[in-house]
Ligand binder design. Structure first.
Ligand SMILES: [Zn+2]
Length: 492
């Protein structure tokens, strides 16, 4: 989330089956030319790194102005100092491309260079035949999106500037390449959610389809509530997807607001797929298979795993949507802060030979980070600021009693939790969720703390963001004094 808003992408297919051959050829020409220009820009950048790239705090940054000095001549009319010749004259090698389009390609190339540097990946001198899309910006009126309800071919059309008919020496008014879009009501709804900022035209060679990606900017109204403050603690789990408990200003967990989030039908389907994969792996482990048979099995395994991955993603989306709906409904009644437990170093402790292989397998497959990120993103679309959805370390929350703060506890099996000091007996995940909610207040009240770290994004939020908590702290000091005794609650 940026300061100005949230960016999302809406993907719409172009109805390529109804456009004329000429239009399709033009589309291929434009995208192919853009790819070549972007590659050329990348080549120039890599060849002249010493001249163009500056290093700041260990990060390499390309100076766009210096790159222009190497690639673009300036017109006679412009007020800029004249540059009649440059070393790599792109206008000369691509005469049918306008200045604006060249600059859009330059921005794309610079972005690609930065991402390659950030990932430490080797420079791709000759990338495969895949087309690189150019980002066309809306503010310079590069494209138009229109709706024509009476049109029988398509309801929505996008007009892209077709600059291929540029004449070299005289100005020419460019025609627009009008492309019909396969817009469903879902697309229409999401296109209305934000302001269109940019567009990319892509070709998917596997599907043999053309797609348009619209980049939207959402500027939602800020979430603000003058109601009493409350904290919603969420404990993510493997068997139960999540447990949530609401800590209200009365000083206790609201008994009517305890929720268990799980989906059994999906789990059954996933288990079925896992069994299939295991079966294939067993066959592959055998010796004496022919090469063709082996390749065929590998192909099957690959597609199965891919399907499994997408299914996992879909499941995460469906149940975070449910959670978001619930959080928004609670947010209307309270000035709500959401805390999600984050198991730090859980994968490090479950190494080979340490614990049971079965639990290790399930923990390494557990996607707690993606769920938290999705939750943050979906709530940010509703104007929730980042500090309202925090993820903090959940170590010791499962073994501490949420009523008395004692560590003299046992878990005879996975779901049950028993405290031997006060005799409290409840669901272990619920106990964790309660502790997580209380931990945020505990952090805010710690005298030595000045900020709280978000474990997912790694950002620090000053305690002044949690201005409402002095109100909550009053009852904590009176009613639940054990939280403030040293050693209890926080142990990391
Ligand atoms: Zn207890």
């Amino acid at each position: 989330m940026t300061r100005s808003g949230v960016r999302t992408t809406v993907k719409v297919r172009i109805k390529a089956e109804v456009i004329t051959t000429r239009k399709r050829r033009r589309l291929e020409q434009i995208t192919g030319r853009d790819t070549r220009i972007i590659k050329q820009y990348l080549k120039v950048t890599y060849h002249n790194e010493e001249q163009i790239v500056t290093k700041k705090k260990g990060k390499k940054k390309v100076s766009k102005a210096k790159l222009d000095h190497l690639t673009l001549i300036t017109y006679k009319k412009s007020k800029l100092p004249k540059r009649p010749t440059v070393r790599h004259d792109l206008k000369k090698s691509f005469p049918r491309c306008s200045q604006n389009e060249l600059q859009e390609c330059r921005d794309n190339a610079v972005a690609i260079y930065h991402s390659q540097q950030a990932n430490n990946s080797a420079p791709v001198k000759d990338p495969p035949l895949k087309k690189i899309p150019r980002t066309q910006l809306a503010h310079s009126k590069r494209f138009i999106l229109t709706c024509s309800p009476s049109n029988s071919i398509a309801r929505w059309w996008v007009g892209i500037r077709d600059s291929l008919d540029t004449k070299k020496n005289r100005t020419h008014k460019h025609e627009k390449l009008w492309l019909p879009l396969a817009c469903s009501p879902y697309h229409e709804h999401s296109l209305h959610q934000g302001k269109i900022q940019a567009l990319e035209v892509l070709y998917y060679p596997k599907k043999k389809e053309w797609w348009v990606h619209f980049i939207l900017l959402h500027v939602p109204d800020k979430y603000f509530s003058s109601r009493p403050p409350a904290v919603l603690g969420i404990d993510l789990g493997i068997n139960k997807r999540a447990v949530s408990a609401l800590l209200t200003p009365k000083g206790a967990i609201n008994r009517h607001e305890i929720r268990f989030w799980s989906d059994k039908t999906r789990k059954k389907l996933q288990k079925k797929k896992e069994r299939k994969i295991a079966k294939l792996q067993k066959i592959l482990a055998k010796t004496g298979l022919s090469v063709n048979k082996r390749n065929d099995l590998f192909h099957q395994l690959k597609s199965l795993r891919k399907r499994q991955r997408t299914e996992h993603k879909l499941t995460d989306h469906t149940y975070t949507n449910k959670l978001v709906k619930y959080i928004l409904s609670v947010g209307k009644r309270y000035d709500l802060y959401v805390v999600v437990g984050f198991p730090i170093h859980i994968r490090k402790s479950h190494y080979r030979g340490n614990l049971h292989p079965h639990s290790r397998k399930s923990i390494h497959k557990w996607n707690y980070r993606r769920v938290t990120e999705l939750l943050k993103f979906k709530l940010s679309l509703h104007g929730w600021e980042e500090y309202r959805i925090l993820s903090i370390g959940e170590s010791w929350t499962s073994s501490c009693c949420s009523r008395c703060g004692s560590y003299h506890t046992t878990r005879p099996n996975q779901p049950t939790f028993i405290c031997h000091t006060c005799g409290y007996n409840l669901n272990a995940d619920l106990n964790g969720a309660k502790n997580i909610a209380k931990r945020l207040i505990k952090y805010v009240l710690q005298p030595k703390y000045t900020s709280i770290k978000d474990q997912v994004s790694g950002k620090f939020f000053p305690l002044s963001s949690f201005r409402v908590f002095p109100v909550l702290s009053q009852w904590l000091q009176t009613k639940q004094s054990h939280l403030l005794t040293p050693g209890a609650g926080v142990r990391t």
